[in-house]
Design a protein around this ligand. Structure first.
Ligand code: NAP
Length: 278
C-alpha cells in the first residue's frame, strides 16, 4: 500500500486528506493519505525517516515550507525561485521537493477562463508566501508585467528585486488608480478572509475584460469577488487553487494524474460549511 501524508504544526485545519482521499477512492487505489503533526524540532528526523517509515511522499504546510526547501533536493526552477516546498516525493531513495501553489493558481485560472499570459499585465495584492508562488508561476508563464501592491512596501520591493524587471513594487495606496492598466487582479493577502478586515477597493477603473482572482476561499465569495461580478469582470475564487495544487503530488505518489471534479469541489464546500455550523 502506498502511503502519503501532510505535515504541519498545527495540522488539524488541513483539507488535503479530503482531496487525496477522494481521488484514492475514485481511482480505486490501495493507498492512504493522513494528517501528521510534526513539530519544527522533529522536522529533520521526519524527513530522514520518511522512506523507512513507508511513505512515498508528503505535502508540507506552515511552518515547514522553507525549512524543507533547505533540506532536500530541488531541481524545478520555479520552486527554486519560490524558495519553499509544499510537495515531497522520493526517487531512487532520495527526497525531492516541488512547490505547486503557483501551478495550482494558474491551472485553475486557465481551467475556468481563457487566460493567456502573453503581453498581459497583472496586479498582485500581497507579498507573503502565497504571493511568491503565484508571482513565480505567472512570470514563468510569460506575463509582461507583474505589479506588487503590499501594505508593507519593503516586502514588495524585496520580491521585485528577487524576481527581476518584470516584477515591480508599487505603493498600496496607488492600486485603485493603477487598475486601468490591469488584465488580471489577484488578491493574495489575507484581507477578506473570515476574521480579517475586508479588502476595500473601488474597481471603477478596472477594464471589463479583466479577470479578478481571490485566493482566499473562506468565504468562497469574498467582497472583492462580489464587487468584481457586479463590475462585469470574470471572477476566480480560491478553492480551485487549493484543489489544483494537489494534482502533481497525487500523480507523483500514486501514478495517476487526477481530475479536479465538481464533486470534489462540493466535498470541500460542504466541509467549509460544516465548520460554520459547529
Ligand atoms: P502571509 O505569508 O502571512 O502573507 C500575508 C499577506 O497579507 C502579506 O502580504 C500581508 O501584508 C497581507 N496582509 C495581512 N493583513 C493585512 C491587512 N490588514 N492589510 C493589508 N495587508 C494585509 O500569508 P500567505 O501564506 O501568503 O497567505 C495569504 C492568504 O492566502 C491567506 O488568506 C491564505 O489562507 C490564502 N491562501 C490560499 C491558498 C489557496 O490554495 N487558495 C494557498 C495559500 C494561501 P504585510 O506584508 O504588510 O504584512
Amino acid at each position: 500500500m502506498q502511503k502519503a501524508c501532510v505535515i504541519g504544526w498545527p495540522i488539524e485545519h488541513s483539507r488535503s486528506p479530503i482531496i487525496h482521499g477522494y481521488w484514492l477512492n475514485k481511482y480505486s487505489i490501495d493507498g492512504s493519505y493522513k494528517k501528521h503533526a510534526v513539530k519544527p524540532s522533529e522536522l529533520t528526523t521526519f524527513l530522514q525517516t520518511l522512506d523507512e517509515n513507508g511513505f512515498c511522499g508528503c505535502n508540507v504546510t506552515i511552518p515547514h515550507k522553507e525549512n524543507v526547501f533547505n533540506q532536500i533536493i530541488v531541481t524545478d526552477p520555479v520552486t527554486i525561485e519560490i524558495g519553499a516546498v509544499n510537495t515531497v516525493f522520493i526517487e531512487n531513495g532520495k527526497l525531492y521537493g516541488l512547490n505547486t501553489d503557483g501551478y495550482g493558481f494558474l491551472s485553475n485560472l486557465k481551467s475556468i477562463t481563457n487566460w493567456n499570459s502573453a503581453e498581459k499585465a497583472c496586479a498582485v495584492i500581497g507579498a507573503g508566501g502565497a504571493a511568491r508562488g503565484i508571482i513565480a508561476a505567472l512570470k514563468n508563464d510569460g506575463l509582461k508585467t507583474i505589479s506588487v501592491f503590499n501594505r508593507t512596501f519593503a516586502k514588495a520591493e524585496k520580491l521585485a528585486t528577487e524576481f527581476g524587471p518584470s516584477v515591480q513594487a508599487k505603493r498600496f495606496d496607488d492600486l485603485a488608480g493603477f487598475l486601468s492598466e490591469t488584465d488580471l487582479l489577484v488578491n493574495t493577502s489575507s484581507l477578506g478572509m473570515i476574521g480579517q478586515p475586508p479588502l476595500e477597493l473601488s474597481l471603477h477603473n478596472l477594464p471589463s475584460h479583466a479577470c479578478v482572482a481571490d485566493i482566499v476561499y473562506d468565504p468562497l465569495e469574498t467582497e472583492l469577488l462580489r464587487h468584481a461580478k457586479k463590475n462585469g469582470n470574470k471572477v476566480v475564487d480560491g478553492l480551485g487553487m487549493l484543489l489544483h495544487q494537489a494534482v502533481p503530488g497525487f500523480e507523483k505518489w500514486f501514478g495517476i494524474r487526477p481530475e479536479v471534479t465538481p464533486e470534489l469541489r462540493d466535498l470541500i464546500v460542504a466541509d467549509l460549511q460544516k465548520e460554520k455550523v459547529l
